[in-house]
Design a protein around this ligand. Structure first.
Ligand code: KIV
Length: 302
């Protein structure tokens, strides 16, 4: 297990970049999920997932923004450190936020370097195709693995006129293929395909030698990624068509909060089980402390 910025590890075998590349030909398909904090990272890691993405979707999921544009490099690094403390095996990718790389290849290398050093990431992801091939190339040359991201690129929400399916029509489909090819040539080790028709994703997947990871891109990709809160049914309000809810933990959480509120109001909580023993005097208190009863939590667990 990593501790932030120290690089210390327990003996868990990491999923490596070469292994992810190799899954293109040898399978099984790659499973990727987002996480933004320690608790979620522990849960996702326990599932045996291959890759965890600290996505800039945290702007919407964690911060309640309407898009990902305001997310900063420092925020991504903060969440990266928290996630990394909960992960042993999965490969952890950090999303490069809007305007942390677009200005120039040099800016891209500097930002990616900061993410590796301060966010403890093992690779970075950036949105955009042909136009950013040189940026990807320079980051890869610095020894930092890069995940590409084409199709719907949410940081361009205003330019695209909304969160819309991309790659429809021959010209648009060709552009998606060209973008993916350019990223592969620049050295990206896998490429996220977001919100494109399944036949276009299948073509990209067939033509590339690196794995594709789909989100709203059909079943023909080499892997899939979902936002953790969508997958768990924690997201409230409308979610995209592709956001499969594998559980309804949001409803379960509301039920639990309601139970707590009712018990507090009725004076039923805390009961004896959740209260400390009454004060019996100094000697007995010392005995209780020695037995661990006096500790609020088990000390030095982490
Ligand atoms: O930010 C994010 O979570 C993403 C995934 C949806 C691919 O980019």
């Amino acid at each position: 297990m990593y501790t932030a910025n120290t690089g210390s590890r327990a003996s868990v075998r990491k999923v490596t970049v070469p292994e992810i590349r190799a899954r293109k030909s040898s399978g099984p398909k790659i499973a990727m999920v987002t996480a933004y904090d320690y608790t979620m990272a522990c849960l996702v890691e326990a599932s045996g997932v291959d890759m965890i993405l600290v996505g800039d979707s945290l702007g919407m999921v964690v911060q309640g923004l309407t898009n990902t544009i305001p997310v900063t490099l420092d925020e991504i690094c903060y969440h990266g450190r928290a996630v990394m403390r909960g992960v042993g095996r999965a490969h952890v990718v950090g999303d490069m936020p809007f305007m942390s790389y677009q200005a120039s290849p040099i800016q891209a290398v500097e930002s990616a370097g900061k993410m590796m050093k301060e966010g403890c990431f093992e690779s970075v992801k950036l949105e955009g195709g042909e136009v950013f091939a040189e940026h990807v190339h320079r980051i890869v040359r610095a020894g930092i693995p890069v995940v590409g991201h084409v199709g719907l690129t949410p940081q361009s929400v205003h330019a695209l006129g909304g969160f819309k399916v991309q790659g429809r029509g021959d010209d648009a489909a060709e552009q998606v293929v060209r973008d993916a090819r350019a990223l592969e040539a620049a050295g990206a080790f896998c490429i996220v395909l977001e919100a494109i028709p399944p036949d276009v994703a299948e073509r990209v997947t067939r033509e590339l030698t690196v794995p594709t990871i789909g989100i709203g891109a059909g079943a023909g990709c080499d892997g899939q990624v979902l936002v953790c809160t969508d997958l768990l049914g924690l997201s409230r309000g409308p979610t995209p068509k592709f956001a499969k809810r594998c559980a309804e933990l949001g409803d379960a959480a509301i039920g639990a909060f309601k139970q707590y509120v009712n018990e507090v109001r009725a004076g039923a909580f805390p009961d004896a089980e959740h209260s400390y023993k009454p004060n019996h005097g100094e000697v007995e208190d010392e005995k209780l402390a020695a037995s661990g009863e006096g500790c609020v939590v088990v000390p030095f667990m982490r």
